[in-house]
Design a protein around this ligand. Structure first.
Ligand code: GTP
Ligand code: MN
Ligand code: MN
Length: 375
């Protein structure tokens, strides 16, 4: 289509899975602002509002250059009135009063600190907030009951706040590989999540484990966990069994983002072989005793039968919004997508796939590589 030099031709799809979203983009000031409002909406258990802000931010991430004038947004999807007001204020004044007020609000800050504890969701954080808890430290002396995950979350809070680096993720990958090799010959591990999308840091490390012979992977995780525990490599773990039965899942059960794989949520104790290379402590500042030779790192291990591997890989690579829109897109096409399978509701049959490319093709979507799923 032809257009004048000043006309804006925005043909961006409304679903995140229809567009390429690179990791590095040109509108970080705007997206940081919108994502803070999304986070705050989550803290107020307003999911609809949160998703709307996330969608708007995601659209801006996919733009080829920085937004300078409101007219450039014409025709773009997912930019509601509220988002536009925020963007306009930032473009004109350099900041949004709503965003700055939220950022400095007591509720936002307390909820951010409390939901930052491993094992603590918005509901629990909100209850604690109402009881006057503002910070993880307040929990240590309080009479509030913590479950096992939350106790670990409080204990390793300072460690888990520090982003995991790609080097640390690779080191953990080596350890997991050794564990898996030791308990099941031929098993394969794949790094997924944010690191597969090219992120250089993450809040955790996500791995998929499978075996080329279907069924051999069953019951693998407890053995892997034992191997790791025997070597003092785990600070916390909770392992769930596989509860997926294909025949029973559809159409009876609506697809959700919670899958039913054998999986382990864990906290690794990662020794620091490179501790000696770090900045030495300034004399009189932190003593060596305060800098342990290890770091607590969140690790997710997920075991998948090889027949479901492509779906699991697609489902665990993210981003979260990309996944959400993939499922919504599938629904609108009369299909149902999960991390286990793709079901065609009209043909009443499962659509098989051995690669992510095939799944995109089944869905009638152009293939988007992991590095461009940073919606
Ligand atoms: P960081 O860890 O913060 O770097 O980002 P991330 O994108 O890796 O996020 P996270 O580790 O939380 O999740 C990785 C991907 O797995 C995301 O796309 C999530 O939507 C997905 N995911 C997380 N938990 C589950 C789950 O229980 N089931 C399924 N199917 N997917 C999940
Ligand atoms: Mn992750
Ligand atoms: Mn994870």
């Amino acid at each position: 289509a032809k257009s004048g030099p000043s006309a804006v031709t925005n043909t961006m799809g409304a679903y995140a899975c229809q567009r390429k979203t690179p990791l590095e983009h040109h509108n970080a000031v705007l997206t940081d602002a919108l994502l803070l409002l999304a986070e705050n909406a989550d803290f107020c258990t307003n999911e609809g509002r949160s998703v709307a802000f996330k969608r708007a931010a995601s659209v801006l991430k996919a733009l080829p250059g920085p937004v300078r004038r409101m007219e450039e947004l014409q025709g773009l999807p997912c930019l509601g009135e509220h988002c536009q007001r925020v963007i306009k204020e930032i473009l004109e004044h350099g900041a949004s009063s709503e965003v700055e007020m939220t950022r400095h609000s007591e509720h936002y800050q307390a909820m951010k600190a409390l939901t930052g504890i491993f094992g603590v969701g918005v509901k629990t954080a909100e209850q604690w907030h109402r009881a006057g808890i503002r910070h993880p430290a307040d929990l240590v002396s309080s009479e509030h009951k913590l479950n096992r995950a939350q106790r670990a979350g409080v204990e390793y809070y300072e460690h888990l706040r520090v982003p995991v680096t790609k080097a640390e993720a690779d080191r953990i990958g080596e350890i997991v590989k050794r564990a898996v090799d030791a308990v099941l010959l031929g098993a394969e591990i794949t790094l997924t999540g944010g690191f597969r999308r090219g992120k250089q840091t993450g809040h955790d490390v996500d791995f998929l484990i499978t075996h080329p012979d279907e069924g051999r992977e069953e019951g693998l995780l407890p053995k892997v966990v034992s191997w790791l525990e025997a070597r003092d490599l785990l600070l916390y773990q909770k392992t769930n069994k596989n509860s997926y039965l294909e025949a029973k899942e559809w159409p009876a059960r609506p697809p959700s983002n919670m899958d039913r794989f054998e999986r382990c949520f864990s906290i690794f104790k990662l020794q620091r072989p490179w501790a000696a290379l770090e900045e030495p402590p300034q004399s009189g500042e932190r003593g060596a005793a305060e800098t342990p030779g290890w770091k607590a790192v969140r690790v997710d291990l997920v075991v998948t039968p090889v027949s479901q591997f492509a779906f699991a890989l697609l489902g665990w690579t993210g981003s979260q919004l990309f996944e959400r829109d993939l499922r919504r897109w599938a629904g609108q096409k009369g299909m149902s997508l999960s991390s286990h399978a793709l079901y065609d509701c009209e043909q009443k049959r499962y659509l098989r796939a051995t690669s992510e490319e095939e799944i995109f093709a089944h869905l009638g979507l152009e293939y988007i590589p992991p590095g461009e799923r940073n919606a």
